[in-house]
Design a protein around this ligand. Structure first.
Ligand SMILES: Nc1nc2c(c(=O)[nH]1)N[C@H]1C(S)=C(S)[C@@H](COP(=O)(O)OP(=O)(O)OC[C@H]3O[C@@H](n4cnc5c(=O)[nH]c(N)nc54)[C@H](O)[C@@H]3O)O[C@H]1N2
Ligand SMILES: Nc1nc2c(c(=O)[nH]1)N[C@H]1C(S)=C(S)[C@@H](COP(=O)(O)OP(=O)(O)OC[C@H]3O[C@@H](n4cnc5c(=O)[nH]c(N)nc54)[C@H](O)[C@@H]3O)O[C@H]1N2
Ligand code: SF4
Ligand SMILES: [Mo]
Length: 748
């Protein structure tokens, strides 16, 4: 309590810096108000968007003598209004970790040794060129991220694909590819339609495969602020933190969502609870949709999902006419062998009931990483910059804006992540450049991937830390400046473009990714294709030009200063937009981005998951986020003592108490989780939040992906991380086996 009021007190003081108000006095309680302001008064505040999740909170960094000494969440920012989750509060901590790389490294005689930039760049370019000469450009690839600025992603896309002529993919494939494809096919453009205010304005919120209470904690605060006494339904096999706060939790069998959603459409159609006028005016494909879902009667749906008929009706009851219903989904949908069609079945329900384009509605994909949206629109991988499809006219247009030859604009979609990984395993890709991602830990079915990476002729890793599972295998390591050490923009889940800026010096010779990419272009000899990209702000202006005329048009933003002044700006914001409203949703006019202006109902036959439990591997392994304090492969969050205290240090597996009893396993006992790919040791955590026959492991432990099964959605190629068959065995340690170790933490 004390700490909390101290934080609020500091916050209020920073906000006012004038006479103490009554509010301040109330919060201050027993503090000595005479002394505290002098001690806390910062010399200057600089506002940056948080670099972890896509909620996109703004953080005010306190600068004293040119150094970042503290931070507090920005009180006036429309996203977070003075709040942050523990990762936000601790955002400065990872910057000063002892394993930050302060110089490039080169593998010499088996060990990574510090070298200067010139040596590292020559090695990178010479080795990649040699591979290109011997094996062709197909033997080279890059893997990038959703955690750099949009300017950096666009520049990497231009340098690598446009300049060097090599293909690559981004870790956004692991995360948002499904939503990207689903929106493109349904709406005609990758356009999440919502604004956060919709969370506050809904009468009914339906979360499918999403656990925002821990994965997007400040976004979840918008739900808590909802004054409409909302009904909150959660569709998740597990009783998650979010489900525990819901008014209705239904727990279908993993990967049976498509059947369930079609079953809901069946009931809504039978009850006549549809918005026929909206459907007729603004959609296409309704007749086929209605015919298709006619086969999903409650009997079938209940038998395939394991739900009771009453649960199905309870869900349908929520979607009655006259209510504002919003649908929200995240990785429980995207990471599936049929994720795109499942996401589209959610979109179909919103279209069917006219729940789109109005306050408190929408078919809303919550984004994952801080700038996955920037990656989706500008990384030059699944579309041309600005969300353009690949085509001759679009290519010419991009070439004109960039002032480059058409050959310097890619002609087709890039190779997908899974294809790149398979080619590495087969030895067909021999040079790989990994930027701001840690695939040896995070990629699906990762057993043996570390060895495959080590066998590359040249692995270049560009990261903050030289200790990540991937960086340890590097031949060339490029030290990057991180969040807080560079300038640029992010785009959050609700399409809000926000600014990050430099508040701290990167260690030693570490450089912003932006400058590393320019350096690569220089050494490669393709600097001509990026000569106008002289600074992040110059790049931002190029992006604005690229966006002009596209649905994501933000050419009307008056540069970085405007973003700062207005508290971020949502796209669209075309030239001539005066003062854009702070909260804007899409499709208020019912006009979608297909050429006929209509949204499409998209349907498909559900397919069984490629790997299901059987007598040898009788249990289903689910995986995902475990708490607010842990971020992915933990290269950053494990650097904060505060966040370490809030998280688990050892791998664990959640298991139903009845399954645990059957296996004679108690809380804290060690078990072996075995899949067809490999095995892992973890501590058993019996809990009723998981169903009988299922187990859950956090993705934050590298062990988890040694067990996952490499299945992919056929349209998005997103991995189906949340479905693998395993068996659990009691584990008795031999004297020589010291048990599990903390993968992400070896850096400490
Ligand atoms: N603290 C923290 N926050 C994060 C992150 C982090 O690492 N740590 N990562 C960020 C990123 S990049 C992302 S993508 C988001 C992810 O955010 P979320 O998607 O909300 O998180 P997950 O835990 O991966 O998955 C959500 C839920 O899907 C459920 N699920 C599994 N299979 C199924 C299924 O078949 N059907 C349904 N309906 N549900 C299913 C799981 O039980 C899980 O509770 O979080 C972001 N925020
Ligand atoms: N089993 C299972 N696996 C999963 C998931 C799951 O639910 N289950 N979820 C998947 C999802 S949704 C995601 S998004 C992925 C995440 O997987 P990864 O992207 O591999 O995870 P991170 O730990 O975020 O890795 C980011 C890396 O970039 C570095 N970095 C941070 N900032 C910068 C920067 O500015 N510049 C540079 N050069 N480097 C930087 C960090 O130090 C870190 O090493 O994991 C996926 N893997
Ligand atoms: S909710 Fe997300 S954006 Fe906000 S402080 Fe936490 S990690 Fe950062
Ligand atoms: Mo993600």
């Amino acid at each position: 309590m004390l700490a909390e009021s101290a934080l609020r007190l500091a916050d209020l003081m920073l906000r006012r810096r004038g006479p103490l108000s009554t509010e301040l006095e109330q919060v201050a309680g027993g503090f000595d108000l005479g002394r505290i302001p002098a001690r806390l008064a910062p010399e200057e505040l600089r506002t940056l968007i948080c670099g972890f999740c896509s909620t996109g909170c703004a953080l005010d960094v306190h600068m004293r003598d040119g150094r970042a000494v503290n931070l507090t969440p920005s009180p006036a920012y429309p996203v977070n209004a003075g709040m942050a989750c523990p990762k936000g509060w601790e955002a400065l901590a990872p910057l000063s970790a002892p394993d930050r790389a302060a110089t490039p490294y080169l593998r010499i005689d088996g060990a990574l040794r510090p070298v200067d930039w010139d040596t590292a760049m020559r090695a990178f370019v010479q080795r990649f060129r040699a591979i290109q000469v011997e094996h062709g450009s197909e033997a080279l690839a890059f893997l990038s991220t959703g955690q750099m600025t949009t300017e950096e992603m666009a520049l990497l896309g231009q340098v690598a694909r446009g300049g060097m002529g090599i293909d690559g993919d981004s870790n956004t494939r692991q995360c948002m590819a499904t939503a990207h494809v689903a929106y493109k096919q349904s709406f005609g453009f990758d356009a999440p339609p919502f604004t956060y205010e919709d969370l506050e304005l809904s009468d009914v919120l339906i979360f499918v495969g999403a656990n925002p209470a821990i994965a997007h904690p400040i976004l979840w605060h918008w739900v808590l602020r909802n004054r409409r006494n909302p009904q909150i339904a959660v569709i998740d096999p597990r009783l998650t933190e979010t489900a525990a706060m819901a008014t209705l939790h239904v727990s279908p069998r993993p990967k049976s969502d498509l059947v369930l959603l079609y079953g809901l459409a069946y009931l809504l159609l039978r009850r006549g609870w549809i918005d026929r006028e909206f459907v007729d005016r603004h959609t296409s494909g309704f007749a086929d949709f209605a015919r298709h879902v006619d086969a999903y009667n409650p009997e079938r749906v209940c038998s395939e999902t394991g739900l009771a008929e009453a649960q199905l009706h309870a869900l349908a009851d929520l979607i009655r006419p006259g209510r504002r219903v919003s649908f929200w989904w995240t990785m429980g949908v995207n990471q599936s062998h049929e994720g795109v069609r499942t996401a589209q079945a959610i979109i179909d329900l919103a279209l069917l009931t006219g729940n789109i384009g109005k306050p408190g509605t929408g078919a809303n994909s919550i984004t994952g990483q801080t700038n996955a949206m920037g990656s989706r629109l500008f990384s030059n991988i699944t579309c041309l910059p600005g969300g353009r499809t690949f085509g001759a006219a679009q290519r010419a247009e991009v070439a004109r804006v960039l002032d480059v030859d058409e050959d310097a604009v890619p002609a087709a979609e890039s190779r997908t992540y899974d294809d790149i990984v398979e080619r590495i395993r087969e030895g067909r890709i021999r040079g790989l450049w990994v930027v701001a991602t840690n695939p040896v830990h995070s990629w699906i079915d990762s057993a043996g991937l570390g060895e495959a990476f080590a066998n590359l002729d040249c692995l270049v890793v560009q990261d903050l830390y030289r200790t990540t599972e991937t960086a340890q295998r590097a031949d060339v390591f490029l030290p990057a400046a991180g969040w807080g050490e560079k300038t640029g923009t992010f785009i959050n889940s609700e399409r809000r473009i926000g600014l990050i800026q430099k508040v701290s010096r990167a260690p030693g010779a570490a450089l912003a990714d932006f400058h590393i990419f320019r350096l690569v272009a220089e050494y490669w000899g393709c600097a001509e294709t990026v000569r106008r990209w002289t600074s992040p702000e110059a790049a931002f202006r190029i992006l604005q030009d690229l966006s002009a005329g596209q649905p994501c048009d933000f050419s009307g933003i008056g540069g970085y200063a405007d973003l700062q002044r207005q508290g971020g700006i949502q796209w669209p914001c075309p030239a001539g937009t005066e003062q854009p409203a702070t909260q804007r949703r899409l499709f208020a006019d019912g006009a979608f981005f297909h050429t006929d202006g209509k949204a499409r109902f998209v349907i498909d036959e559900p397919r069984p998951a490629p790997e299901r439990p059987d007598p040898t591997y009788p249990m289903t392994l689910l995986s995902g986020r475990a708490g607010v304090a842990q971020w992915h492969t933990e290269t950053r969050t494990a650097k904060s003592a505060v966040l370490r205290k809030l998280s688990d240090a050892q791998p664990y597996v959640e298991i139903h108490p009845d399954d645990a009893a059957r296996l004679d396993v108690g809380a804290g006992d060690r078990v072996r989780i075995v899949s067809r790919r490999g095995s892992a040791i973890a501590t058993a955590r019996p809990t009723r939040s998981i169903r009988i026959g299922q187990v859950f492991m956090p993705m934050h432990f590298a062990e988890t992906n040694r067990l996952t099964f490499a299945a992919f959605d056929p349209h998005s190629r997103q991995p189906s991380y949340k479905m693998a068959a395993v068996r659990i065995e009691r584990f008795v340690a031999s004297r020589r086996n010291n048990g599990p170790t903390r993968s992400g933490r070896r850096n400490q």
